[in-house]
Design a protein around this ligand. Structure first.
Ligand SMILES: N[C@@H](CCC(=O)N[C@@H](CS)C(=O)NCC(=O)O)C(=O)O
Length: 214
């Protein structure tokens, strides 16, 4: 009986799923899949996940990918209480809203800036993309103006996913000095179980991007 996470430490989504597992204290066996070396295209991996992305969870034969779906599944199945992913309909809906904000805005916009540098030979980030990302951060700043964590008084799957994303761009050197709520929240997240491990991967991501910037 083992729960495996096919994981690449450089990948924000992969770190997001692992950070959720660490916060929930779910024992996880990590299987490294280095996407820079195209290990995610091996036949055995494609058989399990034809979408060839990391992370992928194997919970005793139950296979699941999409980092946020993995985090929610782990919280529902292994959470000792329902704080990390509430069962109450409206509390959960708010967590889902913040979680989807990460999945459809924060992370997507960060990738739009960094993927061309990592994979397509770009050497700088176009100003419109930078401006757009800062607008997204303004929303995050507003969310954090009324609550300690993204969706209330305690950390949830929305925080672990968003922190995995934000820590990557912070490691690239993004300036958040004008966002005081985000700064406070980043400090809180840095004390979550598993945050150090996340930050190590974020630094690797940051170095990979910075090494290709002009
Ligand atoms: N929405 C997905 C994104 C997963 C994703 O794109 N992972 C990247 C690494 S950050 C990957 O595996 N890229 C290689 C590929 O898709 O072939 C999630 O949150 O799990």
């Amino acid at each position: 009986m083992s729960i495996k996470l096919y994981h690449f430490i450089v990948s924000g989504p992969s770190r997001g799923a692992l950070l959720a597992a660490r916060t929930l204290q779910v024992p996880i066996q990590i299987v490294e899949v280095n996407t820079f070396k195209k290990e995610n295209y091996k036949e055995s991996y494609l058989k399990m996940n034809p979408q060839h992305c990391v992370p992928t969870l194997d919970d005793n034969g139950f296979i699941l990918w999409e980092s946020r779906a993995i985090a929610c599944y782990l919280a529902d199945k292994y959470g000792k209480d329902d704080q990390f992913y509430p069962k109450d309909l409206q509390k959960r809906a708010l967590v889902n809203q913040r979680l989807h904000f990460d999945g459809t805005s924060l992370n997507v916009k960060m990738r739009a800036m960094c993927a061309p540098i990592l994979f397509s030979g770009a050497t700088d980030i176009p100003k419109p993309l930078k401006d757009d990302f800062n607008i997204t951060l303004e929303f995050l700043e507003i969310f954090l103006s009324s609550t300690k964590w993204l969706a209330g008084d305690n950390p949830t799957v929305a925080d672990t996913a968003s922190y995995a994303t934000l820590s990557s761009i912070l490691a690239v050197g993004w300036d958040i000095s004008s966002f005081s709520n985000i700064q406070r929240w980043v400090k809180q997240c840095a004390s979550l179980p598993g945050a150090e491990e996340n930050d190590e991967g974020a630094r690797a991501y940051g170095e990979a991007v910075k090494s290709k910037l002009k």
